[in-house]
Design a protein around this ligand. Structure first.
Ligand code: NAP
Length: 279
C-alpha cells in the first residue's frame, strides 16, 4: 500500500515511518515543512498527484501555548491545513488517518472520555484540532479514521526528557497534581494505527497507553525509572502555575471502539519502562 505521512519528521511521524516500513508499506516521502506547508492550498494537487492509497496526517502545530498566543496560526495549520489534506485524499480516493487530541475535550468530566462524547475545546489548540476533525469529516464521508491520542513521548525532547533535564539542573521539581491524562508511547501508537488501517472500520478512535495519571505521578515514575528517586518532587497546581493556554484538567481517553477490534495498548508504566530500556 502506498502511504504518505504528513509531519513525517515529527515525533509520531518518525515512529509511524519506522513501523510501516518494517511492515512492508511503501512510504512516499514528501518534503518537510517549510518546503511543504499544509496550510498552503497548493498541497492539494501536490499530494493527490502522488496517488497515495493512505495518508496519515500527523503534521500540526502541537505547541499548545504557541497556539494560544497565535490562534490564527493554529487554525491555519490544524484546521485549514487538515482540510487541504482531506481534500487531497478526496481527489485521489485515499483513506485518511487524522491524528487528533484529548484536548478537544473540556477536561471537566468525572470519567475518561468515550469516542462519542461531545467535544468542547477550551483553548485554541483544541479548537483548531476539533475544527480539523470536522473539516476532514465534511470532505470524507467514507474512508476517514480520526485517532485521538494524548501526552505523546518517545521521540525527541518530550515530558520525560524535560523532567530529567530539570531534575539534573535544579535538583528539585514542582509538578502539577491536577492535570490528568494518558501518557502515550509514540511507537505503541504507531503499531495501533498500523493495525487500525487494516480494518477499514472508519470512525473515531481513542488510542493511548492504558491507564491514566497526573503529571505529578508521571514525573515520579520518570524519576524512579531513570534512577533519580532521590530528587525532591513537590506538588503544585495549575492555578499556581499559569500558562498562556488554558489547560483542560482531566482528559483521559477511553479506548472502547479500538478494543472492540482487539486493538489495545499496554499500560503507560510498561511503555515508559520500555522507553528507558531503549536508551
Ligand atoms: N505531542 C503530543 O503530546 C500530542 C498529544 C495529542 C495529540 N497529538 C497530535 O499528534 C500528532 C503528532 O504529534 P507529534 O508529537 O508527533 O508532533 P511534532 O513532533 O510537533 O510533529 C509535527 C510535525 O508537523 C510539522 N508541521 C508543523 N506545521 C506544518 C505545516 N504548516 N506544514 C507541514 N508540516 C508542518 C512539524 O514540522 P516542524 O518541526 O518543522 O515545525 C513536525 O514535523 C499531531 O497531529 C498532534 O496534534 C500530539
Amino acid at each position: 500500500m502506498r502511504v504518505i505521512i504528513t509531519g513525517a519528521s515529527g515525533q509520531l511521524g518518525q515512529a509511524l515511518h519506522k513501523e510501516l516500513t518494517t511492515q512492508g508499506y511503501e512510504i512516499i516521502d514528501i518534503p518537510d515543512y517549510p518546503e511543504l506547508d499544509i496550510s498552503d492550498h497548493s498541497v492539494v494537487p501536490l499530494l493527490s498527484d502522488l496517488y497515495p492509497e493512505l495518508v496519515i496526517h500527523c503534521a500540526a502545530l502541537t505547541n499548545v501555548d504557541a497556539c494560544a498566543k497565535d490562534p490564527d496560526a493554529a487554525f491555519a495549520v490544524n484546521a485549514f491545513g487538515t482540510q487541504n489534506v482531506a481534500h487531497a485524499c478526496l481527489r485521489c480516493n485515499a483513506q485518511m488517518v487524522l491524528i487528533s487530541t484529548n484536548e478537544v475535550f473540556s477536561g471537566r468530566s468525572d470519567r475518561p472520555y468515550l469516542e462519542g462524547d461531545p467535544p468542547q475545546p477550551v483553548n485554541p489548540y483544541g479548537s483548531s484540532k476539533r475544527a480539523g476533525e470536522q473539516m476532514a469529516a465534511h470532505y470524507l464521508k467514507d474512508g476517514l479514521y480520526i485517532v485521538r491520542t494524548a501526552w505523546l513521548f518517545g521521540g525527541g525532547h518530550m515530558f520525560p526528557e524535560k523532567i530529567i533535564a530539570a531534575a539534573d539542573k535544579n535538583g528539585a521539581l514542582q509538578v502539577v497534581t491536577d492535570e490528568v491524562g494518558n501518557p502515550t508511547y509514540a511507537p505503541d501508537l504507531a503499531k495501533a494505527v498500523a493495525q487500525l488501517v487494516q480494518t477499514h472500520a472508519y470512525g473515531i478512535y481513542h488510542f493511548t497507553n492504558a491507564g491514566y495519571c497526573s503529571r505529578f505521578d508521571f514525573a515520579r515514575e520518570i524519576l524512579r525509572l531513570s534512577g533519580r528517586e532521590h530528587v525532591q518532587l513537590n506538588p503544585t497546581t495549575l492555578a499556581q502555575y499559569p500558562r498562556p493556554s488554558v489547560v483542560p484538567p482531566f482528559t483521559p481517553l477511553a479506548n472502547l471502539r479500538g478494543a472492540e477490534l482487539s486493538i489495545t495498548l499496554r499500560s503507560w508504566q510498561e511503555a515508559l519502562a520500555d522507553h528507558f530500556a531503549q536508551k
